[in-house]
Design a protein around this ligand. Structure first.
Ligand code: HEC
Length: 399
């Protein structure tokens, strides 16, 4: 397909994905907050007798709201019952479409990093797809196993296994693709929780009520457990979805450890908020999250003794041919690289003025995070990377 149309299609799908994701995560946050904020009605009150286990008052958008939660179910099935499921399904479907458009269809440039593992494009796609399916199967089996009754141990094990997946993917795929596939694996678990557990459980509860029976509380409990897991997954997943803008994270030599650290920080911060909804200010969780993010900022930064100046500074004449040969097929006004319609990220590298303007970013992408040239399709050499680094440290001369 025409590169421009492809990009436009990608834009529409991404837009939809973000909108659906906002709706899904928003309702997930809302219901977790709601659940944590409920207060039990007085034991002999009318509400308690109706079977209400908790309620609250809220004011929003100029009106007062009084949601109530029933311990198991109300005495009779209300005529109109709202479900929350299409937010989740739309997010997953549009996200997977985007994954195919951006990564799987361009696996050679977007997924393979020969310095990590010398794979074919198909192998990289296979690894990515398998990680999504296997993650769900293993996670679901663990939740159903006897361990599923021990929330803390289950949570720790799931975190550990996802850490293992992160480590493996970061060794097999380019950093950016590795991160996104950790994200799509967790996102698949989240959507599958809704599709295979939460919604079917709710259907069984509603079905039982329709035939005049009290629903089995196990469905409510099971659904609640998965929905709490989803709540803890949200912050790491959202970070991963925006991580492609931050090459210092996914381009780091130990990018797997960086992602695990950021995810641990995110879970810890989420935990602080979940406790806070219950009126408990467990500052240590917020503090731990902040410390972990601080450590990550320092660790991923280019801090250290600056390399000594070269005796004869690297000149522009030495660097320009490298950039012309390795970069401009993509980074020029009308790129010749197949599938690239405009200069990526708006970065032009076809004149000395634009190279001067982007010197810092060139250094960052070529020598620090090493993600450019993308997928190293133009086969830049180690000597050339070192040359660009020295040129930058020597003052980035452009004449
Ligand atoms: C195969 C095409 C291709 C080649 C070759 C290529 N790039 Fe890129 N470059 C991209 C794409 C695609 C992006 C946008 C990445 C994104 O969406 O985050 C990009 C982004 C960038 C950015 C902006 C990153 C940021 O967020 O600040 C810089 C700087 C850059 N490239 C420098 C280079 C340099 C220097 C070279 C040559 C050594 C090079 N690129 C070679 C495709 C390429």
């Amino acid at each position: 397909m025409d590169a421009h149309l492809m990009e436009f299609l990608g834009m529409l799908v991404r837009w939809l994905h973000v909108i659906a994701g906002v709706a899904w995560i928003g309702s997930s946050f809302y219901f977790i907050w709601l659940d944590n904020s409920l207060e039990a009605p007085a034991p002999d009150s009318e509400n308690a007798q109706k079977g209400v286990s908790g309620e609250l008052w809220a004011v929003h958008g100029g009106g007062f709201y009084n949601p109530q939660k029933y311990a198991v179910a109300p005495a009779s099935l209300p005529e109109k019952l709202h479900w929350f499921k299409w937010e989740a399904y739309t997010t997953w479907l549009s996200g997977t479409a985007l994954l195919v458009l951006v990564y799987w269809l361009h696996a050679q440039t977007m997924m393979v990093d020969a310095t990590r593992a010398d794979l074919t494009g198909w192998q990289a796609v296979g690894i990515g797809a398998a990680s999504m399916v296997i993650s769900w199967l293993v996670y679901d089996a663990l939740c159903r196993s006897p361990l599923g009754k021990r929330d803390g141990a289950l949570g720790a094990l799931v975190f550990g296994l996802l850490g293992g997946l992160t480590w493996a993917l970061c060794h097999w795929l380019g950093g950016r693709a590795a991160y996104i596939h950790v994200g799509t694996s967790i996102g698949t678990i989240m959507a599958a929780n809704v599709f295979f557990i939460i919604i079917p459980g709710q259907k069984k509860m509603v079905e039982a009520m329709r035939v005049g029976q009290l629903p089995d509380p196990i469905y409510g409990k099971r659904g609640k457990q998965r929905s709490v897991h989803n709540n803890y997954f949200t912050l790491p997943v959202i970070f991963i979805m925006i991580s492609n803008h931050y090459a210092a994270t996914y381009g780091h030599a130990q990018n797997w450890a960086v992602l695990i650290l950021i995810s641990a920080a995110a879970v810890s911060i989420r935990h602080f908020f979940n406790r806070k909804h219950k009126g408990v200010y467990a500052w240590q969780f917020l503090g731990a999250g902040a410390v972990m993010l601080g450590v990550t900022a320092w660790w991923t930064g280019p801090y250290g003794p600056p390399p000594p100046m070269s005796a004869t500074p690297v000149s522009f004449a030495q660097v320009q041919p490298i950039i012309a040969q390795r970069c401009t097929t993509c980074h020029m006004p009308t790129p010749t690289f197949p599938g690239i319609a405009q200069a990526p990220a708006g970065v032009l590298l076809n004149s000395s003025a634009s190279i001067a303007q982007n010197a810092g970013r060139i250094y960052q992408q070529v020598a620090v995070t090493r993600i450019m040239p993308l997928g190293n399709v133009t086969q830049i050499t180690e000597e050339e990377r070192a040359m660009i680094a020295r040129w930058f440290h020597d003052g980035a001369a452009t004449n």
